[in-house]
Design a protein around this ligand. Structure first.
Ligand code: T1G
Length: 721
């Protein structure tokens, strides 16, 4: 007979049911959308382990499962990180998690982790302490140790258990990238013993648990990778692995992020020691890292980006329409990317172009992209066919009426877009959102051609669409709230992080990029070498420098955007004529293999093209220190960001940080331009801008909001001070 042992009503995140010697431990935190390892959960789990340890009711095996759909355990409670005032606070939290999981691992009975949904960070660490791990093949099932993305290392035994289970290389790869694997890939990596469909998870887990108790079964994970690899046990091999990993980290992060380097140290030192000594090293590192400014900024990025994704910020309560079909007009590179990304999220797509060849080419591009993703996900043949079939090419507007959302991605020309909008409107009825993927044309201008201007909205993707996480949604004064809500829901559904901004030249992302790019061109004009400018900014934390960015986006595109911005903000964004000269010299950047830099036949950048200095008419003889370059470039962008908030282009500082990090690559460890102002201090930022204004003129004039904040001693995020 089943015995249901009730927990006190206030603490009911974990329940245990016992039947015929099997304990099913069910997690479902009523206070949270996902299960997290909070102080409360540690206590409740501890009590359950006490009972199992005491041999309760003849329990012979246990299954650990979640009653929350799509979430197993999302890791430690990141909210609680805000309570860490000292390294000792954080170290103690890590030790509490380690102790719990060591007790779980050392139970006399086998425990099967039955995983459906996210098992991340402390979630995966919990699974690693179980005897056997079964995951479902659901797309919601993700396994990984994403702690580095929060500026910390795994703190509940993961740095020690994972390498011992799957070998050094696989473990380092997972922990240094924070990548998340679905069930099948996790099994290939040796983390998971078995993958099953969700409906049979509990049944299979229960059977396996009893078989383990009867010694009819042994775990298989770890073995499929052949790990721990014998070679990896040899000292020279290990040294090589660590030195390569260290080199990789330095190349990628320039040593700006302490967590990955500390992780390598903890794993290396812990490897030959008893695992308990490894846990000591881990807890210490966790404690020190959790209170660093880098970790605080990265936690800010987690919460702000999650909030941007979940909250469209509408006060009217307007509801989003569900989206199961979209139509994309314009099957170029962007259109194909939008189609592929939508299809991957389970949305049916009509991909239209005027000529059949163009539609077919777009379809090919979309399918190639989808096939690559399917391969990585190890989809079965019928699943791949289903995925590819979701994108249907067309030269007509047939089938458009069944779409809830249209995204036009035709050439950036107002008259063409006007015509396309009218054609679309003739084919669809009321209630279909009309989104434009323009990056330069005001949305209000596009809406002028529309019979239903309240249905018109900007939905600005970044290239390559499959990789870039941001979607900038732009409302004009007449956009209806349900249209905004639906577009926000669409962006979220396809896995993007949206920010919603008001219509204004350059919107937000290009608006703050423009003065930064213009400043880089001015530095060239002053005679600074291109690599010096690029290096200064990668050292500051951007993924690439501004001169490389010119080559990447295309000099003709940058020229056009620069003109629009200088017309709108003439006092601050007068571009130098360098870009004009390069374009006139036939240099378009990477796309024609000729830009500021030289490119090899394989498209790779080979080095600065010295002949550029001749085109510019300047010998590049001036040396400026990194600090001056960084200050001019970073502050001109930060100041512009503050202006957009002040003018109401941005609705919140939160969106400004998310947009700069996810759209431009503003260094995440600096938390975004607004967080940067808070951490530097508005008064200090103001003082530096004033000094620059004196030397270089009005383009550095501080945003009035900064003056006000410095005067009133206020912050953008006072709650995080
Ligand atoms: N802590 C606190 N809140 C969390 C959370 C967490 N770990 N994970 C999610 N939430 C909140 C989130 O803020 C949102 O809140 C809601 O849950 C739904 O999330 C000891 C040190 C799990 C894949 O980094 O990746 O373990 O907006 O909208 O799209 O070594 O959330 O509703 O108020 O994102 O379905 C490591 C972070 C922690 C995982 C779900 N774990 N989370 O995605 O929903 S460090 C992570 C995610 C750690 C150990 C250590 C995703 C998700 P609200 P959501 P989703």
């Amino acid at each position: 007979m089943a015995t249901m042992l009730e927990e006190p009503a206030t603490r009911a995140a974990v329940h245990m049911e016992i039947e015929d010697g099997l304990a099913v431990i069910r997690m479902n935190d009523p206070a949270r959308p996902v299960n997290v390892i909070s102080a409360g959960l540690i206590e409740e789990m501890g009590e359950i382990i006490d009972r199992l340890d005491a041999g309760e009711d003849g329990v012979r095996a246990a299954v650990l499962i979640s009653d929350k759909r799509g979430s197993w355990i999302a890791g430690a409670d990141i909210e609680e990180f805000k309570n860490f005032n000292t390294p000792a606070d954080a170290e103690a939290a890590s030790r509490a998690g380690q102790t719990l999981l060591t007790r779980l691992e050392r139970l006399r009975i086998p425990v099967v982790a039955a995983i459906d949904g996210a098992a991340l960070g402390g979630g995966l660490e919990t699974a690693l302490a179980c005897t056997y791990r079964i995951a479902t093949d659901s797309p919601k099932t993700k396994l990984g140790l994403p702690e580095v993305n929060l500026g910390i290392v795994p703190g509940a035994g993961g740095t020690q258990r994972l390498p011992r289970l799957v070998g050094l290389r696989t473990a380092l790869d997972l922990m240094l990238t924070g990548k998340q694997l679905d069930g099948r890939r996790a099994m290939k990596a040796g983390i998971i013993d078995e993958v099953v469909p969700a409906p049979v998870l509990l049944a299979v887990a229960s059977r396996v648990a009893m078989e383990l108790a009867d010694r009819k079964k042994t775990p298989k994970s770890g073995r499929s990778t052949g790990s721990p690899d014998r070679l990896e046990r040899l000292a020279p091999m290990r040294r090589l692995i660590f030195s390569k990993a260290r080199q990789g980290v330095m190349e990628k992060t320039h040593g700006l992020y302490p967590a990955p380097l500390r992780l390598l140290q903890v794993v290396e030192r812990g490897l030959d020691k008893h695992i308990d000594q490894g846990f000591e090293l881990e807890a210490k590192a966790f404690g020190e890292l959790a209170v660093t400014p880098e970790a605080r900024s990265l936690v800010h990025v987690f919460f702000t980006s999650t909030a941007a994704k979940n909250d469209p910020g509408l006060t009217s309560g307007a509801k989003a329409r569900d989206i199961d079909q979209v139509a994309v007009v314009g099957a170029g590179f962007m259109g194909a990317g939008i189609a592929a990304t939508s299809a991957e999220a389970g949305i049916r797509v009509r991909l239209k172009d005027v000529k059949p060849e163009a539609a077919a080419k777009g379809l090919r591009t979309a399918r190639e992209s989808l096939s690559k993703r399917a391969k990585r996900k190890r989809l079965r043949k019928f699943e791949v066919t289903k995925l590819l079939d979701r994108v249907q090419p067309t030269t007509e507007y047939t089938g458009f009426h069944a779409s809830q959302m249209i995204v036009e991605a035709v050439f950036e020309e107002v008259s063409l877009k006007h015509r396309v909008i009218q054609e679309i409107e003739a084919a669809v009825g009321e209630g279909t959102v009309l989104g434009s993927n323009t990056s330069t044309i005001p949305i209000a201008k596009l809406a002028e051609a529309s019979a239903r201007p309240d249905h018109v909205i900007g939905v600005h993707f970044f290239s390559p669409v499959e990789k870039m996480p941001l979607v900038e949604i732009i409302t004009h004064a007449g956009t209806a709230d349900w249209v905004t809500a639906t577009t926000h829901g669409y962006a979220k559904k396809i896995g993007k992080t949206p920010i919603i901004v008001n219509d204004s030249p350059g919107f937000y992302v290009n608006r703050i990029l423009a003065p930064y790019m213009a400043e880089a061109a001015l530095l060239l004009q002053e005679g600074v070498r291109m690599e010096a400018i690029d290096e200064a900014m990668t050292e500051w934390g951007f993924p690439v420098g501004p001169i490389t960015l010119y080559d990447e986006v295309g000099l003709d595109v940058a020229q056009k955007a620069g003109k629009i911005m200088s017309e709108a903000f003439a006092d601050r964004m007068k571009p130098s004529d360098i870009v004009d000269r390069l374009v006139a010299d036939g240099r378009l950047g990477r796309k024609n293999g000729k830009g500021f830099y030289r490119f090899g036949d394989d498209g790779k950048k080979t080095g600065p093209d010295e002949s550029v200095y001749g085109v510019i008419g300047n010998p590049a003889a001036r040396e400026l220190g990194d600090e001056e370059l960084q200050e001019r470039l970073a502050l001109i962008m930060v100041n512009e960001a503050v202006r957009t908030l002040e003018e109401g282009v941005l609705r919140s500082a939160r969106d400004g940080d998310v947009g700069a990090i996810f759209g431009i690559g503003f260094p995440p460890f600096r938390g975004g331009p607004f967080w940067f102002v808070d951490r530097t201090g508005p008064a200090r930022v103001l003082e530096r801008l004033r000094a620059l204004e004196q030397r270089f003129g009005a383009r550095f004039a501080p945003a009035p909001l900064l003056e006000k904040m410095a005067r009133d001693k206020t912050l953008f995020f006072p709650e995080d001070a």
